[in-house]
Write a protein that binds this ligand. Structure first.
Ligand code: GRF
Length: 203
């Protein structure tokens, strides 16, 4: 099975996949990494690991549908079984999502359905939450709204600020994202009718 990883930034989640792959822990191949930013540090991580990279700059392109069509053209060359969003800071259009329905995973730094969107760590702190975390979920048309696959929890400690909390959550992201992708690649997790099934049971 083949996966494409979409990134926009530093790519520490991508690195977690690369490390897992090098330890032979992934049930799929990291076939390509695509970034919408040429400066994304994750591109260097991919190159260092010998993974094919593409950059499709999105800056200045206001036609989302057109951008997503060119992205789809790149991806279709490979016919990936799985599309992994790893800090890809763009909302994907409905035609793109339906083209790859049930094959796109995202990781979001909150315990969804809490805090979809941006600034999740600051929002969890402002709300006085005692725990926080991250969620791997299927991507649907609704932003951060698709069915969850796995969640990871961390305690919020006295004195935490958004940076310390983000760092603690990120560690957990790196653990659960490869696990969730393996569950998908091995066929144990399936997306059906807006729901996530694990071993044929609705999660
Ligand atoms: C992570 O916090 C992830 O949850 C969010 O974007 C960030 C990506 O970080 N979707 P990195 O580029 O993987 O380091």
């Amino acid at each position: 099975k083949k996966a494409v990883v979409l990134i926009s930034g530093g790519g520490t989640n991508l690195q977690a996949f690369i490390d897992a792959s090098q330890r032979r822990e992934l049930d799929f191949e990291l076939a390509m990494v695509v970034s919408n930013r040429s400066q994304a540090g994750g591109l260097t991580r991919a190159e260092d690991a010998g993974i094919d990279t593409r950059c499709l700059p999105s800056k200045g392109i206001s036609d989302r549908a057109a951008y997503d069509r060119s992205l789809a053209t790149e991806l279709d060359r490979l016919a990936p079984d799985l599309i992994i969003l790893a800090g890809f800071m763009r909302i994907l259009s409905a035609p793109f999502v339906s083209r790859y329905a049930g094959r796109i995973l995202n990781i979001h730094p909150s315990l969804l359905p809490l805090y979809p969107g941006l600034h999740t760590h600051a929002r969890a702190l402002a709300a006085g939450d005692r725990e926080h975390g991250c969620t791997v979920h299927f991507v649907t048309e609704e932003l951060d709204g698709g069915p969850p696959i796995l969640q990871g929890r961390v305690a919020i400690e006295p004195g935490d600020d958004p940076e310390t909390l983000a760092a603690r959550v990120l560690q957990v992201e790196h653990q659960i994202y490869p696990r969730a992708a393996n569950l998908f690649a091995s066929g144990r997790i399936v997306y059906r009718d807006g729901q996530c099934l694990l071993d044929n049971k609705v999660l």
